[in-house]
Design a binder for this molecule. Structure first.
Ligand SMILES: *Cc1c(COP(=O)(O)O)cnc(C)c1O
Length: 430
């Protein structure tokens, strides 16, 4: 039986009058699964309550940032404490130094780091910095990787762009897009060929080391190593976009897990504790090209905001104090096992991917190693599954091409409830 969502429907109708598509970020509009979105009234732990009072176990976690769960007390308390002393200074504040030092300690490739306000700003700044540092223009990216809504990177992009079937955005000049070369992920041959032909023109390669914006797939053994070697050999800057994976997969992110040292890294999501934050950092000789030391301009009125820094620091402290990454891996493994059990008998239609606290159930038998293979998914079956889960109180990302996220607030009873709902929903969807 479908849940009643009268208040959400009323709010969405009102929102449509004032906001394009009724939402402030496209994927929230449920276009990837049909129907209309629910409105969140409050959230606590792993649960979200909608405007009609329905509760859902949340596997979106604000698209990744809420790794402790919603409304985690240490984070909320830190924000309240900071707010009591002022909301923004536009003057250096001590918390900026603390967060920068913390990022450097956890991510050894980062020798210097600057804070900004979103993941998009972080990747945009990395690209500009790489171009300014190398004096070259060409950027290489990968199909299905999403790096925020940066002009140069909205070419064959993942996430909402992919969900809406428009991985290339209108409004990006063709002459700018020509400076972005797009390659399939996990294809060493394509990588070598591109560097062979245009290696001297390449300013930077930007990559999600674990692509999590076209569902979720993993780098094959040797792939990231090859990319690192090619960038070094040709003097191109290797940018890891760890906006999603940073401080989620490990203290040192995907680069720690795979043992690769990028030149620059973009961060966001988890380091903001739920407030709008991004950061980017890496080799000091590159970072020192930023103004005021160098010629590459980058700035932000609210960058290093004291509330955002306090939230991020509190979140990272808590992750450390609770041995968070080990606990997240345990919950992730439990969820994977429970979902595989729930999917028994449907193996010929599904491909489940997981690393740590991130997962995706593709509605294709797989293998899924790149965007082309991800796109073989039966998105109609996924949409049915999504709504069947929602009606059972389980909120998955409203698109086949998004990853699911766990938090430290998801416990064994939540995993069991999710697996029960999944078994029933798969019967309906397949
Ligand atoms: C979310 C995301 C971004 C963009 O971050 P925003 O804060 O939404 O601008 C960039 N890169 C990756 C890998 C992301 O997942």
């Amino acid at each position: 039986m479908a849940m009643r969502r009268e208040q959400s429907d009323r709010l969405f109708a009102e929102a449509l009058r004032h906001i394009p598509g009724g939402v402030n970020s496209p994927v929230r509009a449920f276009r990837g699964v049909g129907g209309t979105p629910f409105f969140a009234r409050r959230a606590h732990g792993c649960r979200v309550e909608d405007a009609d009072g329905n509760e859902y176990i949340d596997y979106v976690c604000s698209w990744g940032p809420n790794i402790l769960g919603h409304g985690a007390k240490p984070v909320v308390d830190a924000v309240i404490r900071a707010a009591a002393h002022g909301l923004s200074f536009g003057i250096p504040n001590p918390a900026e130094v603390d967060l920068a030092a913390r990022i450097r300690r956890w991510v050894p490739s980062v020798e210097k780091v600057r804070a900004c306000n979103s993941g998009t700003e972080a990747t945009m700044s990395c690209v500009r910095l790489a171009r300014g540092f190398t004096g070259r223009d060409l950027i290489v990216k990968f199909e299905g990787c999403y790096h925020g809504h940066v002009d140069s990177l909205l070419v064959a992009a993942g996430s909402g762009a992919l969900t809406l079937g428009r991985p290339d955005s209108a409004g990006v000049p063709a002459r700018l897009a020509e400076l972005t070369v797009v390659l399939p992920f996990n294809d060493i041959g394509a990588l070598r060929a591109t560097f062979g032909e245009r290696g001297r023109e390449i300013a930077a390669v930007i990559i999600e080391p674990v692509p999590a914006n076209a569902g979720l797939y993993l780098p094959e053994p040797g792939y990231l190593e090859c990319l690192r070697e090619l960038c070094t050999a040709h003097g191109a800057v290797l940018i890891f976009d760890e906006v999603m994976t940073g401080f989620r997969l490990a203290r040192g992110g995907a680069q720690e897990i795979y043992g690769i040292t990028p030149d620059l890294t973009a961060f966001g999501k988890v380091i903001g504790g739920g407030l709008p934050v991004g950061a980017f950092g890496g080799r000091a000789d590159i970072m020192d090209h930023l103004a005021p030391l160098g010629p590459v301009y980058q700035a932000g009125t609210l960058s290093g905001n004291p509330l955002a820094m306090a939230a991020g620091l509190a979140q990272l402290d808590e992750l450390e104090a609770r041995d968070g990454f080990r606990a997240l891996e345990a919950t992730g493994a439990a969820l994977e096992g429970a979902l595989r059990e729930a999917a028994r008998g449907h193996e010929d239609r599904l491909c489940l991917k997981r690393i740590g606290s991130m997962f995706c159930m593709y509605f294709t038998p797989g293998p899924v190693r790149n965007l082309a293979e991800a796109k073989r998914s039966d998105t109609k079956a996924f949409a049915k599954f999504f709504h069947a889960m929602l009606d059972r109180g389980i909120y998955l990302a409203p698109s086949q091409f998004e990853a699911g996220f766990l938090s430290l607030a998801h416990g064994p009873p939540d995993v069991e409830a999710t697996a029960r709902a999944a078994a029933a929903s798969l019967r309906e969807a397949l």
